[in-house]
Design a protein around this ligand. Structure first.
Ligand code: GLN
Length: 305
């Protein structure tokens, strides 16, 4: 299949969609990213990476980082312990919903809503001596790019204005579902969300999940087959929040989005595809990115269904 020609056509056709979304202005530093940006990268197992547009430009991965911290938390404490503190069900509510968490008595519905990711951050803080180094080292290894860093302008900006996340963290603490101090958990959470990566890095990283947990960079088995299956299933059911039905219907792939406009998607056993376009739809998923992925699965005739 000639993926390069397909993504070049998508790049041309997507242009009118770029101005239709709106950037995540609730994090002031993200409000400055131009709407016209669009990048896309595709990599099949055992093939070279293909890309188009701004695929080599660094962007804020935001909630895509939750897939990385889920892997790390699973490695540190195992599935049974993790599931005492976070659920597995799609929430059907916005990713930063407060109502949902109270309804669920402080057990976040899944690891990808903000409350769930705050619990993951808490686990990393409790079970490693340097949670910041652990995350950074992991993303550098899984992507094969040792230049990756967290952008302090973004983390400071989110930390100063992240009142909802502070509310979620305080509520979790009141339900005894955070072991560390609220401030320490929020600091680590904004650090992971502010990681700057390129489409090519994210695509390479998620190829590991497409490859049933075996790193495409080092060849090392990072996750067991069963863990990879479970994380991939969670991405299908919860990875794009309350837009997950629309995303599954239109795109037909497991994926993880972030309010920086990135979406990482993949076909297990086959390929990884990442898009970045900062304009978001009402669910906080990249509007043009979702459209591009829909065209990609339609034009290649490939999805998981
Ligand atoms: N840092 C963002 C927040 O907490 C991440 C949300 C997202 O990407 N969906 O609001």
């Amino acid at each position: 299949m000639d993926y390069q020609t397909i993504i070049e056509k998508i790049y041309r056709d997507i242009q009118p969609f770029l101005s239709q979304g709106s950037v995540a202005d609730y994090i002031p530093a993200l409000d400055r990213v131009p709407l016209q940006k669009f990048g896309m990268a595709v990599q099949e197992l055992d093939h070279r990476l293909l890309s188009v547009g701004d695929a080599e430009e660094y962007f804020s991965i935001q909630s895509i980082s939750k897939a990385f911290t889920l892997i790390l938390a699973l490695q540190l404490i195992g599935e049974r312990n993790l599931l005492k503190r976070v659920g597995l069900e799609p929430s059907g509510n916005p990713f930063n919903s407060l109502v949902q968490l109270e309804h669920d008595n402080g057990i976040p519905s899944n690891p990808f809503v903000n409350a769930g990711a705050l619990v993951l951050a808490d686990i990393l803080l409790s079970h490693s001596t340097d949670a910041y180094g652990l995350i950074l080292d992991f993303v550098r290894k899984i992507s094969g790019n040792d230049q990756i860093r967290s952008d302090p302008a973004v983390s400071v900006s989110e930390r100063e204005t992240g009142f909802r996340n502070a509310a979620l963290a305080n509520f979790l603490k009141s339900c005894a579902n955070l072991d560390n101090e609220v401030d320490a958990v929020l600091d680590l959470y904004v650090f992971q969300c502010a990681l700057s990566m390129r489409c090519v890095d994210v695509c390479q990283s998620f190829l590991t999940l497409a490859n049933h947990g075996q790193s495409s960079v080092s060849g090392r088995q990072i996750l067991s087959l069963s863990q990879a299956k479970r994380i991939n299933a969670l991405m299908l059911t919860c990875g794009t929040y309350d837009g997950v039905g629309d995303f599954a219907y239109r795109v037909g792939l497991p994926g993880k989005s972030g309010v920086g406009g990135g979406i990482a998607a993949f076909i297990p056993g086959r390929l990884s595809v990442t898009v970045w376009s900062p304009g978001l739809n009402k669910n906080g998923n990249s509007l043009a990115g979702t459209q591009a992925l829909e065209w990609f699965t339609t034009q290649t005739g490939m999805s998981i269904f």
